[in-house]
Design a protein around this ligand. Sequence first.
Ligand code: 5AD
Ligand code: SF4
Length: 470
Amino acid sequence: MTEPRKLHIKSYGCQMNVYDAQRMVDTLAPEGFVETSRVDDADLVILNTCHIREKASEKVYSELGRLRVAKDAAALTGRQMNIVVAGCVAQAEGNEIIRRAPVVDVVVGPQSYHHLPQLLAQAKAGGRALETEFPILDKFGFLPPPKPAAIRARGISSFVTVQEGCDKFCTFCVVPYTRGSEVSRPVAKIIDDVKRLADNGVREITLIGQNVNGYHGDGPDGRPWALGTLLTRLAEIPGIVRLRYSTSHPRDVEDTLIEAHRDVPAVMPYVHLPVQSGSDRILGLMNRKHTAKDYLEVIERFRGARQDIAFTSDFIVGFPGESEQDFAATLALVTQIGYASAYSFKYSPRPGTPAADLRETVSATVMDERLVRLQQLIDNQQSAFNAAMIGSTVDVLFERAARNPGQIVGRTPWLQPAHVMASDAIIGQVLPVTMTSLERYSLLGNLTKPSLSTPSIAALPSVPSHTTGA
Ligand code: 5AD
Ligand code: SF4
């Protein structure tokens, strides 16, 4: 038997990249690759890059510098290490990477992961391979998914891509250029994926897409289905107890989605709805095509369907031309809404995007100072939101054994990690937990069913927080 080859994937960025990393592992498994957490003994290293963050490409080049050392060390022991750059930086800067980084064997864009085995064979044969074209799509306008048998369940919670690309063209964002225009997968294919995952023990599905609520895949009735209709149908699949979706755009919130929150208990009351800024002037410059008031109205529609819905968002501070007054409008919006959590970023110009040409830039000092103020406000809201759970009884979907022996960790409907002392027989179940304390972002509690819980969970060490967003 030949030794399995070892594959190390380092992923940056959004949930789409987390999912894509799984897709690459699945594509390479039939080639004899198994995952390793160590770069040093990998035969293949994939950098799954994200173009959204500041200095994204510089970070890739410095990571490649470190990998060159590892590759040289492997070569000294007679072992070949191949290096692949994947993801959105690969898509956007493929030729440049090949030119600047001789250590790289393959550059592959997100639309071409199913070709990885061929591209690697090309590299093995002594060449270097680059594939970043937007390919010819199937008759539904979608990429060939991994072979059915290759979709393996990984635990209790799984992502399923339902939509890719974005047509919104926010002026700061590279996604429409790196991921292409919006395409939705047909309903039947998504149902097949979810059924297979449920059969393999998955209980929670997060539907992902760059503009997931722009979903409009072909339905079995020959008509396009909206996201709310899809969620309602997926909730009927035996074994699926929780449904989530990310990332949504405020302009694409249809009534069917609001109704799904109202009528379908499996649809979790936790919505990631980026707004980016609270200033109408800045929203205009960002080409968001909505005002702060429009956004508040969308929030109210959700809240009208279900009182306990909590929101998360993304914010950009220091967009070109952002005045103190504009920034104050962002703080006011955050204060008015009260978020469970949010991501905030300093604006960074992405080459090729319209905002990169705007001249009225905000100084680094002002940006830093605004970021701190915004993050403080959001942190306070997050702490208050988490602390409000103490003393209440909340349903938790248990996912796995925690690091501390005897502890099992799961998540509340609002994605807060919750720890109890219990047997691992509860993994995969949703059980009510009475929350007793909070350690950083993690809740500790007792199962309300006494037979399953053990008496004391006092003074347990904290567990690192988890974030799911980009
Ligand atoms: N600068 C800063 N933040 C950005 N984001 C996207 N592009 C940029 C940029 N050029 C942020 C947005 C988006 C999140 C995924 O990343 O807030 O919602
Ligand atoms: Fe980028 Fe989101 Fe705007 Fe699309 S909606 S262009 S993904 S920020």
